[in-house]
Design a protein around this ligand. Structure first.
Ligand code: HEM
Length: 201
């Protein structure tokens, strides 16, 4: 044969899977449309999965928010660490969520999408969140199980705790103080207390 018997292996392989310019403009357009179609399909599947994933927690969240809205405002009172732990929003009979920051207890129930069991900051529910907020850490180890006097935190971290306290105070109801070990709770004489005492008289 005139063009020789030995075929160039590279040439062979390029013929085995023809390049787009070899198959004509019609086939190239078809291939491009196929790619675009596949991409659209992929986006659709991803979107459907995202919507399905997002809807479930938001339905749960809506139920929780409705429950939170129906709770009466909490009477002012102080809490020991143990008493605070009862308000982590996880118990079926108690959806109220309290969180302490810098020695003050706030009712964060209306923020249950943050502090509820599935929320990103659920670790702070029913706890003294100060150390976690000061160190910007959400690990379990960021919080202490016993009373935390925060005495080892540096000035910047303490300033951060105070800033968080201001932010939380802006949004949520203050309920009372977090008691140090052995400290007695205060007797509050707010409007509700006064009404109750009047009833007893
Ligand atoms: C990359 C990491 C983080 C991102 C992207 C992020 C994002 C956000 C956003 C967007 C909000 C505002 C939500 C809203 O008001 O609708 C928020 C609030 C908040 N974040 Fe984060 N955050 C991060 C890490 C952290 C960490 C490490 C902590 C604590 C240690 C933290 C504690 C909080 C708290 C306490 C709130 C206030 C929630 C409330 O309004 O009650 N965040 N975060």
């Amino acid at each position: 044969m005139a063009d020789g018997g030995e075929a160039d292996p590279l040439l062979l392989s390029s013929r085995a899977s023809p390049a787009l310019e070899d198959v004509g403009p019609g086939a190239a357009v078809a291939a491009m449309l196929l790619n675009v179609g596949l991409l659209v399909l992929l986006c659709l599947v991803a979107y459907k999965l995202y919507v399905r994933w997002w809807e479930r927690p938001s339905a749960r969240g809506a139920a929780r928010d409705a429950q939170a809205a129906s709770l009466p405002k909490m009477k002012r009172r102080d809490f020991t660490l143990e008493q605070l732990r009862e308000y982590d929003g996880a118990a079926a009979n108690n959806s109220r969520i309290l969180m302490a920051v810098n020695g003050k207890v706030f009712d964060v129930t209306k923020g249950s999408k943050f502090y509820g069991p599935e929320g990103p900051y659920g670790i702070f529910a029913g706890r003294d969140a100060s150390r976690g907020l000061a160190t910007f850490c959400l690990d379990k180890d960021a919080l202490r199980d016993e009373y935390d006097d925060l005495s080892d935190l540096n000035a910047v971290q303490m300033e951060s705790v105070r800033e968080w306290e201001m932010q939380i105070k802006e949004k949520y109801d203050y309920v009372g103080r977090l008691l140090k070990p052995g400290e007695e709770p205060s007797e509050y004489t707010d409007e509700e207390d006064t009404k109750d005492h009047t009833k007893q008289d």
